[in-house]
Structure formats: structure tokens, C-alpha cells
Design a protein around this ligand. Structure first.
Ligand code: SAM
Length: 328
């Protein structure tokens, strides 16, 4: 009989986000400082064998959904090889990828062949100059090429993650919606979170997505929509079209009561909550030759530490690590 992993608050944990690197080829203003170089050294990175062992343990515990993320996952060499190994684990129901798409154009075929079918792409603007300002890199064309290559290859659904930033990209929601409608993408708007120093300084650009929704309602007729698979976004559909828009509102309306996930960082730390420091170091166990049962027990023990909720509003200075280090 399939096992079910639950936390102390009765939430079923069915989803693990696996960060394969904390490095990134972009420096988004709200995520990573421009001059940051203090990344994990390769000897701390979980190897593909170690990642596969941890994911296998999760799968045996009933977790069928895995997302590869980072940092930027495509900067980790041979990512499609890892994807292929995870995709064929018995019990994996869904293997997806979060990427900024800068390197996606070269890897779409290998990733698709490996079994990845769903991809989320971060894209905060459709304007090349603004893209360079936000990300610190002149990679707009490569990003767009990667995104469109994913569409041609047949990835579906493709979701665009756009962090809403007052005074930065808040004149583009309608344009981004039109772009997503044209290409058959889902749009997800995200409130900026106070993670690390960059996240906290981006708080001055914070936008309550309830306001954005009201603004979009002036342009489009929005109807409530339920998207299977859970997740933090509340979705609407633009009436008369296939366009879905999701609102991810960790600050204005948190969704912790339905949290179903944990995050494995590249150094083998299991983070139980994006906005809290509760964690469990799996790497020492893996490198000490722990058997499969010991890894499963460690995951169960770790789950007992999962906090009820983040406190981004009440304690905005609490989370020191960057989003890129956690596998956002
Ligand atoms: N590099 C991949 C990507 O671009 O999707 C995966 C990692 S990235 C850290 C995951 C997501 O976190 C991106 O959509 C990014 O915009 C978002 N993010 C990073 N810092 C954030 C913050 N402080 N608040 C809200 N979202 C943030």
C-alpha cells in the first residue's frame, strides 16, 4: 500500500523541489546581489547518485511530484542526465523544471527526451532593456528563444512566473497577459518576498496582487478557475479564452494551510519552509553510508520540524538565505 507523508499539522507532503545548484547566470535584483560569489563549493554539492537516492526515498514515502530548480538548474552540467534518471524511478508521477530559460534553447530536446514535460519560466518583462536592468544581464533574446523552443518542442503547460514590482514592471501586466494568450502560456504573478537582503530591499517595490487583479478586471473579464495539482496560485481564466492567470500571494494572503512541499538544497539540506530556517542536513547521512531505511527515517524525522507557516509579514528580517539558495 502506498505510504503517505504528513507533517504535524496534518498536511500531506507530496511534492519535493530539488535545487541542483545555488549558482545562477542572472542576478535578479530581488533575488541575488550583483557581486555575490559565495556559492557552495562542488564538494558540497549532492552528486546525481545522492540526489537520486534522496528522491527515491521520497518516492517510496509516497511523494510523486518533483521539480528541478536552483539557482538556475540548467547551469548544472548534464542536467538532462539527472532528469532521465529521476523520470524513470517507479512512482514518479510528475517531473518538472523551473528555469530562467537563458540556456533552455540548447537543452529542450534532451530534457524532453529525458521525460520532463512541464516547465515554468521566469520572465518579469518583455522589454529587453528592462530585462537587463532587472536581471543584470543582457540575455532577453536568449530567454525568449529558449521559451519559444520549449513551446515548439511540446512542453505543456508552460507557465510564466512574473514577479510583480511596483515602479519596475507594473505597467506590463496587460502586455504579459496578451503575450501569454498569444502563445498559450499560463501567467503567474508573484508577490515579492523578503528573502535575504535583495528580497528585503525589493520590499519597496512590493505590490499587493489583489490590486493587480482589480486592475486586470478593468481590461479582461476574469472567472474563477480551479487548476488541478494544487500549488500556491489562485487561478482565474480570462473569459472566452484559454488564458489562465495565477496569483501567488505569500504576503497579502498566505497559503500555508495547503502547503504540500519541502525543498532539497544543493548541499543536501532539506528546508521545511521557504520562509523559516527549520532544516535537516541529509548530506552527512548520505556520505556516512546510511542505508535506504535510515534516509527514509531521516525524512520522516525532518517532516516533524515543518513549521505551520512562514512569517514574512511579521518578521521580514528573519530569512537570511537567498531564494536561489533554497530552491524557490
Ligand atoms: N532560476 C530558476 C527560475 O528562474 O525559475 C529557478 C530558481 S528562481 C530562485 C525561482 C523563482 O523565484 C523565480 O521565478 C524568481 O523570480 C523567484 N524569486 C526569487 N527571489 C524572489 C523574491 N525575493 N520574491 C519573490 N520571488 C522570488
Amino acid at each position: 500500500m502506498a505510504r503517505i507523508l504528513t507533517d504535524p499539522f496534518g498536511r500531506r507532503i507530496e511534492y519535493v523541489r530539488v535545487s541542483v545548484t545555488d549558482r545562477c547566470n542572472l542576478r535578479c535584483s530581488y533575488c541575488l546581489p550583483r557581486d555575490f560569489t559565495d556559492f557552495e563549493e562542488p564538494e558540497s554539492w549532492l552528486t546525481f547518485d545522492e540526489i537520486e537516492r534522496v528522491v527515491s526515498a521520497f518516492v517510496r514515502l509516497g511523494v510523486g511530484r518533483v521539480r528541478l530548480t536552483g539557482g538556475e538548474p540548467l547551469v548544472r552540467r548534464d542536467l538532462p542526465v539527472l532528469a532521465g534518471r529521476l523520470a524513470c524511478l517507479p512512482g514518479i508521477e510528475d517531473l518538472s523544471l523551473s528555469t530562467n530559460a537563458v540556456l533552455l534553447g540548447h537543452q529542450v530536446n534532451a530534457l524532453y527526451a529525458a521525460g520532463v514535460r512541464r516547465v515554468n519560466v521566469s520572465l518579469d518583462t518583455l522589454r529587453p532593456e528592462r530585462f537587463a536592468q532587472i536581471t543584470g544581464a543582457d540575455h532577453f533574446d536568449r530567454t525568449l528563444d529558449g521559451l519559444l523552443a520549449a513551446k515548439r518542442t511540446g512542453f505543456a503547460p508552460i507557465k510564466i512566473n512574473m514577479v510583480a514590482l511596483k515602479g519596475v514592471n507594473d505597467d506590463e501586466f496587460e502586455d504579459m497577459a496578451a503575450f501569454c494568450l498569444e502563445h498559450g502560456f499560463t501567467l503567474r504573478l508573484i508577490e515579492t518576498m523578503p528573502m535575504g537582503e535583495p528580497g528585503r530591499s525589493a520590499a519597496r517595490h512590493y505590490l499587493d496582487l489583489q490590486e493587480v487583479r482589480q486592475r486586470l478586471e478593468k481590461r479582461f473579464t476574469l472567472v474563477e478557475d480551479l487548476v488541478p495539482g494544487g500549488g500556491p496560485a489562485r487561478y482565474v481564466r480570462v473569459a472566452g479564452t484559454d488564458l489562465r492567470i495565477g496569483f501567488i500571494t505569500p504576503i497579502s494572503r498566505h497559503f500555508c494551510a495547503t502547503c504540500n512541499r519541502v525543498r532539497l538544497a544543493v548541499d543536501g539540506t532539506l528546508y521545511l519552509c521557504l520562509g523559516q530556517d527549520d532544516s535537516y542536513a541529509l548530506r552527512p547521512l548520505l556520505r556516512a553510508g546510511a542505508d535506504d531505511a535510515a534516509i527514509e527515517n531521516a525524512i520522516i524525522e525532518a517532516l516533524a520540524r515543518k513549521p505551520e507557516r512562514h512569517e514574512f509579514r511579521e518578521k521580514p528580517r528573519q530569512t537570511i538565505r537567498f531564494m536561489s539558495a533554497t530552491g524557490g
